[in-house]
Design a binder for this molecule. Sequence first.
Ligand code: FAD
Length: 520
Amino acid sequence: MIAYLERFVQGNDVESRQNDNDDDDDDVVDCTSLCDALDLQGSIDSVATGLADKDFGGLRSIKPLALIRPAGTDDVARVVKAARSSNLTVAARGNGHSINGQAMANRGLVLDMRSMEDVFEVGMVNGTAYVDVSGGALWEDVLKRCVSGFGLAPRSWTDYLSLTVGGTLSNAGVSGQAFRYGPQTSNVTELEVVTGNGEIFVCSETENSELFFGALGGLGQFGIITRARILLQPAPDMVRWIRVVYSEFEEFTRDAEFLVTQQDGDSFDYVEGFVFVNSDDPANGWPSVPLDSNHGFDPTRIPKTAGSVLYCLEVALHYRNAVHPSTVDMVVDGLLGRLGFVKNLKFELDLSYMEFLLRVKRAEEHARAHGLWDAPHPWLNLFVSKSNIDEFDRAVFKNILKGGVGGPMLIYPLLRSMWDTRTSVVLPEGEIFYIVALLRSNFPYPKGPSPEKLVAQNNDVIQHCIKNGFDFKLYLPHYEIQEGWKRHFGNQWTRFEERKANFDPLAILAPGQKIFSRIP
Ligand code: FAD
């Protein structure tokens, strides 16, 4: 088997082939022989399928040696062991929704995690329900099966659910529930992981805990998550989804921070927010605020003192069908009554819990219909400390991005105490920090500005944060060189390096993150 792999590897030295856009077609993989050699239950696809050298970002194309569809954990372990002896790298690919090639492997082996065998087992531990699912499961499938089969649902989500469990757990997984339950990485009690040594471990807070916490937010560096145990709660039937508008940033942040620091029961179940442009621009302006086409946005309500951008607080309340609408109205009015948004710039919609959680799917369908889904997405995600968020608003939203980004500019507060600092995720200091997400979506390339220009604008934002000493971190980080990663991890770098030495000493895993180089 190893001799067979070595035949491919001749001339494929990972160190000497770092050109992302190397279109060389010399490496033809005999898939049947490779499959036999590895003795896999799954299959190996010709890389001509193109799946493995693309991602949602559309900014780079990196060709692997082969795309492998593992049938289960044993296949994953076999592939990693084979790569270990053959100077190859291995990238787990979730649903390829990274922006900067993080799930790619230059002349390496890409594992399509979505092909993993179906795992779905609901159980109870210490009175709390959980579900065991495959690392390659899509969150939208986890939602549908948990709700329809058991009336249960995970507690913490991402906004968009066509992402895999292993992919978001390797980052954090953040949405409007994270203020209450923490990110998705705070809602997992057990993992099954294949390390870079090709060994299979079950790990948790008490068993192989260093691997458990390392893998959570570990950017795929320490192991491939093949199974995850996710905490569940009873699913509500319905959601009241509400947007209210602010002209002043200080009032917006004051109310958002108020809501995320209230006790359970004294606040909404979901709190997010976004910045939009004070104009009639369809993608960035007033029309982007109403929740359905029957709602109009009346710009005469905007105070005369408003500037180039406005702010929208987005909240949601869960409820059961059995609850009378007047009770829902009363709770919502009570909570909204404590907020200082612009009167009469309020939008509300009642929808089922599933429709609410799958809301971005509708945006995906719209984008696909307009040819925007497959266009490049030079997105930027940051965590910015509360201590710098006013300055960030002045310099970035009101200045660098005052014309918008052709898509949502999310901003909402999160609480550090809801994140477990034993995981590999790094955060700004201080209890309250904001997630800022520049989701550039409406630039049909090549008609709109070039992706390079938008990446340069992202870099201007990052440089502004660095030059002004902001307390911030990139979320879904991307750096080209290790110095950038050392700065990113700061005083956590030593821990990160030690975990790498323990669990993937030859740096086989997740080469697309460009943190460590493969050790021959
Ligand atoms: P991939 O992009 O395939 O992989 C990401 C990284 O994880 C790679 O390094 C890969 O090697 C590694 N990896 C993948 N699977 C595994 C595994 N099983 N074990 C170990 N490592 C693995 N994020 C949020 O937090 N909140 C949001 O609301 C949100 N919304 C999004 C909306 C859209 C439209 C998109 C495109 C992205 C969004 N994201 C959001 C970002 C998303 O969480 C990350 O891009 C995530 O990595 C994508 O998951 P994926 O399954 O496609 O992973």
